[in-house]
Design a protein around this ligand. Structure first.
Ligand code: FCB
Length: 446
């Protein structure tokens, strides 16, 4: 088979998030986050675990950076734990928390790995939740204060910033499904939270520009192409609604300065949208430098009378699934990039997360033979290659995840890493997929 070559300047990265890997949950003055609280709730985490220790990356970051280097990984996407910087949410800065990220960034640069920083990957300071969290409009300005602090501290060395990771998950999983912190189950609250997240994003982008910072700033959305299960009018309509719920509710405000009309109508019984203030939509659509897309799977949607929004997710027969029971659908990564470019923005696109969970084990030879993950990645990479061939502005890819970690409501029961973590000993073992990725990067080709 002919080799699929990637451009020399295509960025190959790996991603993690603070609460999922750092541990040291009470160390050096860190305040609690909503995940420290949520994990205490009975039944919230399927295996009853929490992120108190996780991968202990807070202490083992040098070992982890050595792995990044060994695997040729060019860029590392991580997030900052807001309550390490502001234990109270705002006001007094915790210098020791800041120092950790200074050390991390300096060590990454020394290893030749460029840092990509996510400001909010879900660990809101509990102190802010106590006064309403993202439902409280004041949280927007606290987020600005925190972002400002991070730009000041790291802006000279970090050239890629992501304001929010997956505002859909934050608002919907956290406030409508109740499956994530803070664990609410109220759709109007989710709409309010989503709006405040979006406004806070726009404000922070504006602040970044005002400071003449040299790097690039964008946002990461979890996007999935949404296909109707059948050709029936009902299924088609259901797929359009699901697309509105998941994708357009965030894409339209960011790139068209308005919420989608059909969804506003549908949501009317839940909200009067009085939370949309004067110039909010303009703020939200402040131009960004790139869009980050997290892609794991597609959505196949069927009309369902019994469901509140009349939609139901189905997995087609003969489709492989990962350990999350997510359908493996590699061409969807191409479809979503192509669509964004055609319908929303011609700006740069990064895949900021993509990967798969499988129940990996260390075998007798001491290695982790995760061939299924390699297959998953290889198929997705071939569609990334197609996107580049077609001239789409795809500039880089971040694999989720560098290492096995705390998978939110599933605790440590799901392994996404290309590095295996033994949670008893915290030993790191590079999986076969890690060595495979190392070669792809070295050869710039599949
Ligand atoms: C995404 C999250 C990330 C990880 C993957 C599997 O939704 O951004 O933290 O949990 O899913």
């Amino acid at each position: 088979m002919e080799k699929k070559r990637f451009p020399q300047d295509f960025i190959w990265g790996a991603a993690t998030a603070s609460y999922q890997i750092e541990g040291a949950s009470k160390k050096d003055g860190k305040g609690d986050s909503i995940w420290d609280t949520f994990t205490l709730g009975k039944g919230n985490i399927s295996d009853g675990t929490n992120g108190d220790v996780a991968c202990d990356h807070y202490h083992k970051y040098l070992e982890d950076i050595a792995i990044l280097k060994e695997l040729n990984i060019q860029s590392y996407r991580f997030s900052v734990a807001w309550p390490r910087i502001f234990p109270e949410g705002f006001g007094k800065v915790n210098q020791k928390g800041l120092d950790f990220y200074q050390r991390l960034v300096d060590s990454l640069l020394e290893a030749g790995v460029s840092p990509a920083v996510t400001l909010y990957h879900w660990d809101l300071p509990q102190k802010l939740q106590d006064i309403g969290g993202w439902e409280n409009r004041d949280t927007i300005s606290y987020f600005e204060e925190y972002a400002q602090q991070m730009f000041q501290a790291l802006g000279d060395r970090v050239s890629m910033w992501i304001t929010h990771n997956e505002p859909w998950v934050v608002s919907i999983n956290g406030n409508f499904f109740g499956a994530h912190a803070p664990g609410k189950k109220d759709f109007p609250t989710a709409l309010l939270v989503a709006h405040h997240l979006l406004v806070s994003h726009g404000k922070v982008v504006q602040n970044y520009r005002q400071q003449n910072q040299k790097g690039k700033i964008g946002i990461t959305l979890n996007l999935s192409p949404t296909y109707p299960y059948s050709d029936s009018q009902e299924d088609k309509k259901a797929a359009v609604l699901e697309d509105g719920f998941l994708n357009r509710w965030f894409l339209d405000p960011l790139f068209r300065s308005a919420y989608p009309k059909d969804m506003l109508e549908l949501y009317q019984p839940y909200s009067d949208f009085s939370f949309i203030k004067n110039d909010d939509m303009e703020v939200i659509s402040t131009p960004i430098d790139f869009l980050g897309i997290n892609y794991y799977s597609c959505n196949v949607i069927q009309y369902d009378e019994s469901n509140e929004f009349k939609t139901k997710h189905v997995i087609r027969e003969n489709v492989g699934v990962t350990d999350m029971n997510w359908a493996i659908y590699p061409s969807g990564i191409y479809d979503i990039i192509e669509r964004i470019n055609r319908e929303y923005t011609t700006k740069d696109i990064y895949i900021t997360e993509n990967g798969a969970a499988f129940p990996d084990i260390i075998e007798k030879d001491g290695r982790v033979h995760d061939q299924k993950r390699i297959d998953y990645l290889e198929k997705h990479f071939s569609y990334l290659h197609k996107a580049i061939e077609k001239g789409l502005p795809l500039k880089g890819y971040y694999l989720w995840s560098l290492m096995d970690n705390f998978e939110w409501g599933f605790g440590f029961s799901k392994r996404f890493g290309i590095v295996h973590i033994d949670y008893q000993t915290l030993k790191r073992t590079i999986k076969e997929s890690g060595y495979w990725y190392q070669k792809v990067i070295a050869n710039h080709s599949l």
